[in-house]
Ligand binder design. Structure first.
Ligand SMILES: Cc1cc2nc3c(=O)[nH]c(=O)nc-3n(C[C@H](O)[C@H](O)[C@H](O)COP(=O)(O)OP(=O)(O)OC[C@H]3O[C@@H](n4cnc5c(N)ncnc54)[C@H](O)[C@@H]3O)c2cc1C
Ligand SMILES: *[C@@H]1O[C@H](CO)[C@@H](O)[C@H](O)[C@H]1NC(C)=O
Ligand SMILES: *[C@@H]1O[C@H](CO)[C@@H](O)[C@H](O)[C@H]1NC(C)=O
Ligand SMILES: *[C@@H]1O[C@H](CO)[C@@H](O)[C@H](O)[C@H]1NC(C)=O
Ligand SMILES: *[C@@H]1O[C@H](CO)[C@@H](O)[C@H](O)[C@H]1NC(C)=O
Ligand SMILES: *[C@@H]1O[C@H](CO)[C@@H](O)[C@H](O)[C@H]1NC(C)=O
Ligand SMILES: *[C@@H]1O[C@H](CO)[C@@H](O)[C@H](O)[C@H]1NC(C)=O
Length: 537
């Protein structure tokens, strides 16, 4: 296998004649402010996209940048915390945000760059076995795993149809319609089929099939799981998943590097075709030739940052049209493992409510954190919003009632530790990750990633092919950093492994609802095909 440094290297066109960095002239305009700290590039946010954008600048010999970050740490939605206790009294480390490396890569094939980083930093991770699952309802164990297979058969048929819609430039549909036509059409009261569907769809998309794009839901899944591989590894590293982002940051930032401003909340951004000025809550400001925002879609949607001038309509529409999901993991530690110890997943079908504490995941299982007696449930969407309004005690009582239904023959002790994050109200994220609603198009998405003057946009949500994933943030950070470096240096183009990009990004002021196949190109964020032989590569 080729090493990552080779595979993901950005090759400068005109290699060997990269001019040294000279700040582009910044003519006097409303977007520059003489009182502010000056830099060539301001990077807004120090998550995966921001750190990768900074590294791309560094790799192109642009060292004059400033990274501005709300929190007191690097990592963004790669966010972990201490939880419960080991027998020696020290805590376990759990991931509130991203947890899996999704789609690792097959030998000889393309590798997920996050998996390459996991190997580089010896990040502890274990294969998630989705066949290691037991199914339950309100009466306890009851085997309905055949329904998971039934969904799978219909999904494969639907996926092929989604491919035809993409190729023929036909109107997008809801994932619901796609599944129904393919033969999966569960009744609202068929709670076991609803649970099987949640396990297969909502758990990944953070939205139900009604609220998901058919074409791009399938295409996104294809690009990650058929291009790389269908394996998902759960990260269980005591340093946290963010260790790979910290590690990469340390390749170009020194300790106490003055180019990294932590604990700095951006409140206002002034931008033009000549430069960008960023104003912070503490009264400080940074004037830059270019800025790259990596704010989550939730932050952009929240209007918590003031833009001057207002963002153009095509940008505001794209921000509000794409959807920010919420995905909530609810952690419980007990004094014993009362669930089957050798099983990874437990699916629960509530008798009344779809998506009510549906998936339970054991960390006590071998390969994860054996002996931890930790299990966690995941909810999304409306259930997330509901429990975010509850106290911990209220949510704990609900979770315990579900566990008692699932395991009626054991006396379940009270948990010794309990926690869950409230993603929707985190002011630096306002949700978990993005999803494409039905009826959108590639060109509509391009407006989310296109630059407005010298203000560039990167992050998980700007990835057309890997939205929702940590590797999406990596690819988008790299591209924005490399493109801005080229513009600063007067280089026409940047060569990527799947083509070259030149100049600013294109946007589409008028959208017609579909995108002809010829538009599926690197220029619109579509670097690789979504058509692969399923299963192998
Ligand atoms: C619960 C959950 C589960 C997930 N599971 C997975 C998974 O298993 N696998 C996977 O691949 N991906 C997963 N993801 C997605 C993955 O975490 C994200 O795609 C990725 O971390 C996003 O990186 P980013 O750099 O685009 O954004 P972020 O990490 O959000 O970085 C943006 C940064 O901007 C900062 N910021 C925001 N507002 C301001 C402001 N006003 N001023 C200054 N700074 C600001 C933020 O603090 C943040 O550090 C999950 C996410 C969540 C939340
Ligand atoms: C920067 O270069 C290093 C070394 O070649 C490479 O490992 C890394 O992936 C590059 N980063 C980006 C964002 O291109
Ligand atoms: C997804 O992959 C399947 C299996 O390879 C293929 O049949 C289908 O056309 C693809 N769909 C899209 C939208 O790329
Ligand atoms: C970084 O700054 C802190 C606080 O100012 C100081 O204690 C520490 O020694 C510094 N570290 C380095 C490596 O300079
Ligand atoms: C900053 O943005 C807020 C909106 O978030 C706006 O109300 C305020 O007027 C802006 N301030 C300036 C100086 O533009
Ligand atoms: C629980 O106990 C009941 C009654 O004794 C029995 O019928 C049932 O099979 C048991 N369930 C499990 C999951 O062991
Ligand atoms: C766990 O605690 C319960 C009381 O809440 C107790 O009955 C049980 O024996 C304990 N289990 C272990 C393994 O200590």
């Amino acid at each position: 296998m080729a090493p990552i440094n080779f595979k993901f290297a950005v090759v400068a066109v005109l290699a060997g004649c990269i001019p040294s960095v000279t700040a582009a002239p910044a003519p006097a305009s409303s977007s520059t402010d003489s009182k502010c700290r000056k830099t060539s590039v301001a990077i807004l946010g120090a998550g995966m996209a921001g750190i990768t954008a900074a590294q791309a600048l560094h790799n192109a010999s642009v060292s004059d940048f400033v990274i501005i970050e709300y929190q007191d740490r690097i990592g963004g939605r790669a966010w972990h915390g201490n939880f419960g206790s080991k027998s020696d009294g020290s805590p376990y480390v759990i991931e509130y945000g991203c947890n899996w490396i999704q789609g690792l890569g097959n030998p000889g094939g393309p590798e997920n760059p996050v998996y390459s980083l996991a190997k580089k930093y010896h990040l502890a991770n274990t294969y998630s076995d989705y066949d290691s699952i037991l199914t339950y309802d309100e009466t306890g164990y009851t085997d309905y795993t055949d329904l998971i297979d039934e969904y799978g058969t219909a999904y494969d048929k639907a996926a092929a149809k989604a491919g035809r819609l993409l190729l023929q430039n036909l109107q997008d549909q809801t994932m619901r319609a796609g599944l129904s036509i393919a033969g999966w059409n569960p009744k609202h009261g068929d709670m076991k089929r609803q649970a099987a569907e949640w396990w297969n769809w909502d758990w990944e998309a953070a939205f139900p099939p009604e609220e998901s794009s058919f074409i791009f839901g399938v295409a996104g899944s294809n690009v990650t799981f058929n291009q790389f591989s269908d394996a998902n590894n759960l990260v269980i590293d005591p340093r946290g998943y963010s260790a790979i982002i910290d590690g990469e940051a340390s390749t170009f930032l020194t300790k106490n590097d003055t180019r990294l401003l932590l604990n700095t909340r951006i409140t206002n951004i002034t931008y033009s075709d000549h430069g960008v000025t960023v104003y912070n809550h503490d009264g400080s400001c940074v004037s830059a030739d270019y800025a790259i925002t990596t704010f989550s879609l939730g932050v952009l949607q929240s209007n918590s940052i003031g833009f001057s001038p207002e963002l153009p309509l095509w940008k505001k529409e794209s921000i509000q049209n794409f959807a920010m999901g919420t995905y909530t993991k609810i952690f419980l530690q007990f004094n014993e493992t009362f669930w089957p110890e050798d099983t990874q997943y437990f699916l629960y079908a509530s008798p009344t409510t779809r998506g009510y504490y549906p998936v339970w995941q054991s960390l006590s299982t071998e390969g994860f954190m054996p002996g931890s007696n930790i299990i966690f449930a995941t909810v999304i969407g409306d259930e997330s919003y509901r429990i975010e309004q509850q106290t911990d005690e209220e949510t704990k009582a609900e979770a315990m009632e579900v566990l008692r239904q699932m395991f009626p023959n054991v006396t379940i002790p009270e948990p010794i530790a309990f926690t869950y994050p409230r993603w929707t109200s985190e002011p630096w994220s306002f949700g978990s990750y993005s999803n494409w609603p039905a009826g959108t198009s590639l060109l509509a998405h391009q407006n989310l990633r296109a630059n407005a003057g010298r203000l560039w946009f990167a992050g998980e949500a700007t990835s057309a092919e890997y939205f929702g994933f940590l590797h999406g943030a990596w690819f988008e950070g790299r591209e924005a950093g490399a493109q801005v470096a080229a513009l600063l240096q007067g280089r026409p183009c940047v060569q990527y492994e799947n083509g070259r990009l030149c100049g600013e990004r294109k946007h589409y002021a008028t959208l017609t609802g579909t995108s002809p196949l010829s538009q599926y190109s690197l220029l619109n964020g579509w670097a690789v095909s979504s058509f692969y032989d399923s299963g192998d590569d």
